[in-house]
Ligand binder design. Structure first.
Ligand SMILES: C[S@@+](CC[C@H](N)C(=O)[O-])C[C@H]1O[C@@H](n2cnc3c(N)ncnc32)[C@H](O)[C@@H]1O
Length: 341
């Protein structure tokens, strides 16, 4: 994700930071109205489209003009039509529709409005409500929609040619496992996650020719044993869910299932810089963890490397992907075991 490119030193900058909420709100309204799907492939006049979407013409004129100004619609002779981007990602009928991820982001709009209360009490929003299988499934689809592109970019840049076995721990829909399998014909991957996530992983894998090299392990990796031994453990976007104590415990557990010389690859958003305050995205993501998890947070590169050392990894380093590729800002942390384990 791109860093927000300003620091606040003037009232104008503060105002710009605050008013950044307007464009997302406009886009969410278009999504609430199912505008992109309802527009299909044709050109619309405002009166026609207002009738189709069942909204006021006045509201629609201003909505469409805003969407066209950022390229989500194209202004035509008659009125408006979808841009190629919107056709591809925002229309339900498109194979690339990112629906579940859009729903997840839409839901966050209202959930973030409870932030002050969450800061007050220090507990997440739904701490009393058990998660349903349905929610978990839809979250896993959202994770897939979020990770399709970075997974391809990561798999193209991380060499696993010498590796035969990979565990995608907390792999959710298995998007990364499938991407690694696609790049490495000699690799076998296992996705470990909760049953609802693995349902989604199975559905996705069945649509590919990679399924024969993918296995599934259902369970809670904090409490249940992790079976098998692996050359590589891929741990993507899970570190931030847990406390420092749990992360150290998980790293120790991972060490026991890695083969001698094996690697743990961690993808997440990491705090860095002299005061470990940057990037802003890593800080904002910690707010999500405050809202949605019991003890999650974002962590500094330094802390993660200390936990790796504490868990018995002999070496650790930061890997850099090509600028603008991968998840977050393209940094991964690698922990490695010695050949003697
Ligand atoms: C944010 S998603 C990341 C999914 C995937 N690794 C990615 O990067 O796209 C976190 C995943 O970790 C799984 N997870 C978290 N804690 C877990 C635990 N204790 N046992 C099993 N799975 C867990 C969740 O179910 C979810 O699928």
């Amino acid at each position: 994700m791109k860093p927000i490119p300003f620091s606040i030193k003037s009232f104008k900058q503060l105002r710009d930071a605050i008013y950044a909420f307007r464009l997302p709100r406009v886009i969410f309204s278009a999504l609430d109205l199912n505008l992109f799907t309802k527009m299909k492939d044709r050109d619309w006049t405002i009166p026609e489209l207002a009738k189709r979407v069942r909204v006021s013409q006045r509201g629609l004129v201003i909505l469409c003009r805003n969407l066209a100004s950022v390229g989500l619609l194209i202004k035509s002779q008659r009125g408006y039509r979808l841009s190629p981007f919107s056709k591809r990602y925002l229309q339900e009928s498109s194979p690339d529709f990112r629906g579940d991820y859009l729903v997840l982001m839409q839901r966050q709009w209202s959930e973030w409005s409870h932030l002050t209360e969450v800061i007050r009490v220090g507990r997440p929003l739904d701490s009393q409500e058990p998660e349903t299988m349905e929610y978990r499934r839809s979250f896993s689809w959202a994770m897939h929609h979020r990770s399709i592109q970075p997974a391809m970019e990561v798999a193209q840049q991380i060499s696993l040619k010498a590796d035969r076995t990979l565990l995608d721990l907390g792999g959710g829909p298995g998007t990364y496992a499938l991407a690694f399998l696609g790049q490495n014909p000699a690799l076998h991957a296992t996705v470990m996650d909760r049953p609802a996530a693995l349902d989604v992983a199975r559905t996705l894998a069945e649509q590919t020719s990679l399924e024969t090299r993918l296995t599934y392990q259902a369970g809670d990796f904090l409490t249940a044993p992790i079976s098998g031994t692996y050359d590589v453990v891929w741990y993507s976007n899970v570190l931030h869910i847990y406390s420092p104590t749990d992360n150290l415990k998980i790293f120790k557990k991972i060490k026991r299932i890695l083969k001698p010389g094996g690697r743990l690859l961690i993808q997440d958003t990491f705090l860095q810089g002299p005061k470990e305050l940057q990037p802003l995205e890593a800080n904002l993501f910690a707010v999500s963890m405050l809202l949605y998890t019991q003890q999650g947070n974002t962590y500094a590169v330094r802390e993660v490397r200390e936990w790796l050392q504490g868990a018995g990894f002999s070496r650790s380093r930061v890997l850099h992907l090509k600028k603008g590729t991968g998840d977050w800002d393209g940094q991964l942390i690698e922990g490695r075991l010695t050949r003697s384990g």
